[in-house]
Ligand binder design. Structure first.
Ligand code: GRF
Length: 223
């Protein structure tokens, strides 16, 4: 493929080197505490290396959108039910996000699978955070599934979205202990504390350093 600076990448390699500050679009569906952590990191100063240019959601009336509004970041909501098909929604989301010319799209608690048209436009530039240690416990209920299985260590995973469910090339992971007496909510909150720190660290490094993904080997390199 040809990356934006026009240099040919070897086959199977996706490379991106954003110009500073990297343009970031964040997608949310709920409370948006991961979004807030990114907003706070950007506000802490230009050393972060990225700027959140828009926040998108798949629903209205959520705290994530309020956080964007309070921070003065352009925000929009596109609901699947307002489109004739899932594909039309996916294309509308692609077109809306494209208006902001992002270097990086961060799915931060966005509870929808991004479709083929979206990923064709932004493939290799979309990351997601999952509240479990991949490849264990993919899907919507990572903390509950980890608790039900009885693992003693779980955690969170930040990865490049490749089209499956929580299964793309891994960028970073953090471990979190399951404690006696944990219920799903207590465990998920402890994971989210680690998740926010990991996401801020990863997004900052991607923004500042750029990245290479070797799709065949599932290896992500930050130079
Ligand atoms: C995070 O744990 C994310 O991984 C998950 O949903 C949670 C979103 O939290 N899928 P928030 O909206 O960022 O507070």
């Amino acid at each position: 493929m040809v990356h934006p600076e026009g240099t040919e990448s070897p086959p199977g390699l996706v490379q991106h080197r954003p110009e500073a500050p990297a343009r970031i679009v964040v997608l949310v569906s709920g409370s948006g505490t991961n979004l807030q952590a990114l907003i706070d990191a950007e506000r802490a100063g230009p050393a972060f290396g990225g700027t959140i240019v828009a926040v998108g959601a798949d629903r209205t009336g959520i705290q994530g959108l309020e956080r964007a509004e309070q921070a003065g970041i352009p925000a929009f909501a596109l609901r699947v039910k307002d489109f004739a098909s899932r594909q039309e929604w996916d294309r509308a989301l692609r077109d809306r996000v494209a208006e902001y010319a992002p270097d990086l799209v961060v799915s931060a608690g966005f509870m929808k699978l991004l479709g083929p048209d979206f990923l064709a436009a932004f493939g290799g530039r979309v990351i997601n955070t999952h509240p479990a240690l991949s490849p264990s416990f993919p899907g919507m209920h990572g903390p509950a599934d980890a608790l039900a299985y009885g693992v003693k260590i779980t955690g969170c995973t930040v990865f490049f979205v490749a089209g499956g469910v929580d299964d793309g090339p891994i960028i970073a992971q953090a471990a979190v202990a399951v404690e006696d007496g944990d219920d799903v909510s207590a465990l998920h909150e402890r994971i989210k504390t680690a998740e926010r720190a990991l996401l801020v660290d990863v997004v900052g490094r991607l923004a500042r350093q750029g990245w290479t993904i070797d799709l065949g080997k599932r290896k992500v390199t930050l130079p």
